[in-house]
Design a protein around this ligand. Structure first.
Ligand code: GTP
Length: 529
């Protein structure tokens, strides 16, 4: 977990020649804290830098000459396509997964144990985590400590933000985003899900626990709906803690029987869903079934790693203009800053000038890091850390989008969206106050018009200008952003950099929340202002 500590490493997807292999602790780059250093950073400092509230007077900036471009645009595209083709044919394919599930289902334990079994967590750290968690009276959380890095997360025994790790299976290089299960942290989970290709849903099979996670208000359903709405189409369901139900096949079958129809209803294709029985704490059926005597009596299917190893890598939209929504900002002393995020489309190279939207500022790419390695370029589908120079860090904000100065993302303050309404109790009416989520950005908005309710199967209008939109409906809504200015301040609405779904799928998805509850998800049809 430990979200702000993010970026232990990033998805291994085609990118330029590694310039330098770095140690996992990362190094200091030109006096700026690199993302991999963030784990050790003071929490308050991180929060402040994320919010851009730093009131320190600006330091005198001595400009270093910006790096030069290595490739002309066409040559870069050719190089990227060639490298992707070679990597797909011969190398390990890169995929990003988000680990989701109800609070305490065992997500961090499962990932901590898997990292250990795959050799990514060394014996010394494992023992330190065992000692630390035992001393804190939380010995059952020792595996989770591998991911739950902040003091508060360890004290509370819950994940609060997205932690990022990478692991390698025989044919895949996997970036793992461990999402918080607690409902208060759903916005962090939304930000993580928009960087993922696949989901790993962890279910607690204990009697009563599965039920409370799956019933209305539980996070199992909400997480599944959210990730599907954000474009994730593959899901592996790990039915965990089977040791607590004596490895009962009947219980496993019961859970699979209830989750399967829900996955289909939520829009997952059955060929892209799989189920696996596991015991995360003991490491049963993660890498092998060898310790699972009771499980072996009735299960001989794939292990979790077998399933991870078959995940389909994302389609890479290399030809479209570059789009990188900023998921995290890491500021250090002096000029520039590092940002992390997923390249949704296009290719980026060192030396390139990038515009930050919203706003008028541009920066120059000083370095790019993918999977703990500095590379000269990176393409769509990669999760990157980018060091930007020639820009005041105050202009780098979580939720902004990096793009080429010649191909700007439209800034929307009012738009039409087609949405699916979740299982809500109070229907949506015109003039309702809501919040729009787009990647890592959330902005207050109003449902200015209810344009139509639609038939979910064929998209035909059922009723134009309906008075309300109720649960389960599909509808077209006009949404308008509201100002976040406090009273007395000048009211300025900062637009969201977004594109219609027809132009760029990943830039055209939104979620709508109200009062801490996700009420609808949808796609942007048209930007009206
Ligand atoms: N018996 C048993 N307990 C487990 C297993 N896996 C996890 N646990 C326990 O479940 C509790 C919660 O585990 P976490 O890994 O923190 O759960 P989580 O889903 O990451 O929690 P949040 O991120 O806060 O939602 C801990 O006490 C774990 O030891 C398992 O296979 N068997």
């Amino acid at each position: 977990m430990a979200a702000l500590s993010a970026a232990n490493s990033r998805a291994g997807t085609p990118s330029g020649t590694p310039a330098k292999k770095k140690g996992s602790a990362g190094g200091k780059v030109s006096g700026t804290a690199t993302p991999s250093k963030q784990r050790g950073m003071d929490q308050q400092q991180l929060d402040i830098s994320g919010l851009n509230l730093n009131s320190e007077p600006a330091a005198v900036i001595v400009e270093e000459p910006p790096p030069k471009l290595s490739f002309a645009r066409e040559a870069l595209l050719q190089e990227a396509k060639r490298a992707i083709e070679v990597s797909d044919r011969t190398g390990k394919k890169g995929v990003s997964i988000i680990v989701i599930g109800h609070v305490d289902a065992g997500k961090s334990t499962l990932m901590g144990r898997l990292l250990y079994d795959l050799g990514r967590l060394d014996e010394k750290t494992k023992r330190a985590n065992e000692r630390g968690s035992t001393n804190a009276g939380k010995s059952s959380f020792s595996w989770a400590w591998g991911l739950d890095g902040t003091l508060e997360e360890r004290e509370r025994g819950i994940t609060m933000d997205i932690a990022m790790q990478s692991l390698t299976t025989p044919h895949r290089q996997i970036t793992v985003l461990d999402a918080p299960g607690h409902k208060d942290f759903i916005p962090n989970m939304i930000s993580g899900a928009s960087q993922a290709d696949c989901a790993l849903l962890v279910i607690d099979s204990a009697v009563g626990e599965f039920e409370s996670g799956f019933e209305r208000g539980g996070q199992t359903r909400e997480h599944l709906l959210l990730v599907r709405s954000l474009g994730v189409s593959q899901v592996i369901v790990a039915v965990n803690k089977l040791d607590q139900v004596e490895w009962s096949k009947a219980r496993y079958d019961e859970i699979v029987g209830l989750i399967k129809p829900f996955l289909l209803q939520s829009g997952f294709h059955s060929s892209k869903t799989s189920f696996v029985p596991v015991g995360a704490y003991e490491g049963v059926n993660l890498l092998s079934l060898s310790d699972g005597t009771e499980l072996k009596a009735w299960y001989s299917g794939p292990t979790l790693v077998d399933l991870l190893d078959k995940l389909e890598p994302p389609a890479r939209d290399v030809d479209s203009p570059l789009r990188i929504p900023i998921a995290n900002v890491f500021k250090g002393q002096g000029q520039g800053a590092a940002v992390s995020g997923r390249i949704l489309s296009g290719v980026v190279q060192v030396g390139e000038k990038l515009r930050v939207l919203p706003g008028d500022e541009s920066g120059i790419v000083k370095s790019i890091e993918v999977e703990e390695e500095n590379v000269s370029w990176a393409a769509a589908g990669s999760n990157v850390n980018i060091q930007l120079t020639s820009i005041d860090p105050v202009n780098l904000i979580v939720g902004s989008v990096l793009c080429p100065p010649t191909d700007l993302v439209p800034l929307a303050t009012s738009f039409v969206a087609r949405v699916i309404v979740f299982d809500i109790q109070v229907p949506i009416t015109a003039g309702s106050s809501i919040e729009v989520y787009h990647h890592s950005r959330d902005v207050p908005a109003t449902t200015t018009k209810l344009l139509a309710t639609l038939d979910r199967s064929n998209g035909k209008v059922i009723k134009a200008n309906p008075r309300v939109v109720a649960k389960g409906a599909s509808a077209e809504l006009q949404l308008t952003l509201r100002s976040t200015a406090v009273s007395g301040a000048q009211s300025v609405v900062r637009g969201i950099p977004m594109e219609p779904f027809s132009a760029n799928k990943d830039m055209g998805r939104i979620l709508i929340r109200r009062g801490g509850e996700t009420i609808a998800a949808g796609i942007v049809l048209e930007i009206t202002r």
